[in-house]
Design a protein around this ligand. Sequence first.
Ligand code: ATP
Ligand code: MG
Length: 630
Amino acid sequence: MDYASFYRHSIDDRDAFWAEQAALIDWKKPFDRVCDYDNPPFAKWFVGGQTNLCHNAVDRHAATHPDRHALIFVSTETNQEVTYSFRQLEAEVQRMAATLQSLGVKKGDRVLVYMPMIPEAAFAMLACARIGALHSVVFGGFASVSLASRIDDATPELVISADAGSRGGKIVPYKPLLDEALTLAVHKPAKVLMVDRGLSPFTRVAGRDEDYAAWREKHAATVVPCEWLDATHPSYTLYTSGTTGKPKGVQRDTGGYAVALAASMKHIFCGQAGETYFSTSDIGWVVGHSYIIYGPLIAGMATIMYEGLPTRPDAAVWWSLVEKYKVTVMFSAPTAVRVLKKQDPAALSRHDLSSLRALFLAGEPLDEPTAKWIAEALGKPIIDNYWQTETGWPILSLCNGVEKADSKFGSPGKAVYGYDVKLLDETTGEELTAPNQKGVVAIEGPLPPGCMQTVWQDDERFVKTYWSSVPGKRVYSTFDWGIRDADGYFFILGRTDDVINVAGHRLGTREIEESISSHANIAEVAVVGVADQLKGQVAMAFAVLKDASRAATPADALKLEGEVMKLVDEQLGAVARPARVRFVTALPKTRSGKTLRRAIQAVCEGRDPGDLTTMEDPGALQQVKDLIQG
Ligand code: ATP
Ligand code: MG
């Protein structure tokens, strides 16, 4: 079928379309109703049906292909490489599930997972799904304060953690951070289940802390059947990255999510059972949930769980895994590609990448220089796809499993089936239907299966945050700007709060950033709008150089600044020219790798930068402060 018809079918015959997709998973009990949207914007999918995520990801494949690879754990930190077949994965998940039950976890309870990228983290997530407990994975890089706030929000019965992670060969102890978080948190989980990797000695709190190795032995042969859950039963909660403010607790369902992921594996990622999928994300992010754990496994693929840096022992490590495990589908982020770009390009050509069909990238704008570099280096299709923690799977992409399409540089592709994507005029809320008009990317309700059900414990925030931006209209706002060309390809221009207004001209910070990064010596740049008495706002740029010695002296820096300004003048016009271009060695980012423009902007305007619990490196923001005050 051609994609245009496939897409129309998904929107015009919504229930029929999703009923067809629902056949991709196993159901214990068939659903009575495909979509209940009687109480918008709350959508209920596959009402009356019963299924289980773990059954679909593990048991059904263990029954038909027990010896196929399921989970491939690779750590370049501890030099471990362990492969679990579906049969072995099923056994490990049952041991974990039995342990959870022994420790009092019941259906509907929350289990907070604060772990490095180790197999036990995957077992924990799948074990929760198996017994109907909700996992709430908190990225292992977060420290006590961020962790404590998430413990208080999720109010888990149990926390699963490990002694330590490791990053770049350095041991990062987790237990002291967890202990501190549990002191800070108001909510006190009854139990803490510890996986001891033997990396970092830790103290146990008697009566609270349990040892997983001992429980695992005890449950060597315990059978824990999958709990059949209503399709609408929540499967997990997960926080957004916190780029624009306080993170939101996204709650997802069971049946809709399973169907959405199964369909995306077929139509978007084109992954086949028996093949290997490699996503370089972390289980702490939505990509890790959907495309390290659930998506590939539901499709019967082996999934690689990688602990380590992309550059250690050298920049070829990912590609060596592609060769070794015959990876067919790979998923990463532009930020990771930019890291590789700074390394030896020959790293890619040293390995046989013939198994690989495509590299998917998501999470932030894919700038053209980076896209071109990786496309040329790999010689494979690069598929940019756009989505959010809230949606759980791509909103914009190419659906090559339906009909092959070419990508366009700078575009994450077309509206994905199921998403009734609209561009809305910012002020009037009117739909923009003509091509090449700039508007807010919005989705007409109901959101398709797999998207957020609500904000955890806060229906009001769900409605207020996402569905109230256009007065009088119930439409979901992504808070991103976009443009759609005549062929239906979208271009994301940045976040709605990343638009600046210089003397009445509205400019996307991303356009200015693209222009600046076309300078040969700029590795990365962030542009923010800063309040200005005369012009309303002016653009300020903070750039990271490929070769820092080019701005070693103030005179050098000024010369380079002049070059960059000239470039912007030529490409976009003088109105887009930043008031200043300053050079830093790193940009402030969230731990998921997104530039914290709002923090830079606040510092430039002398305001409090707000919630910084998701920030990676405080030193980077300090550099901005020093430049502003200096
Ligand atoms: P918060 O919502 O807490 O401020 P966040 O929006 O960064 O944080 P995520 O859900 O991790 O949280 O990120 C989704 C956002 O990332 C999108 O709304 C968009 O701004 C950006 N994004 C994701 N993929 C792409 C892409 N392919 N191109 C451009 N932008 C993207
Ligand atoms: Mg967001």
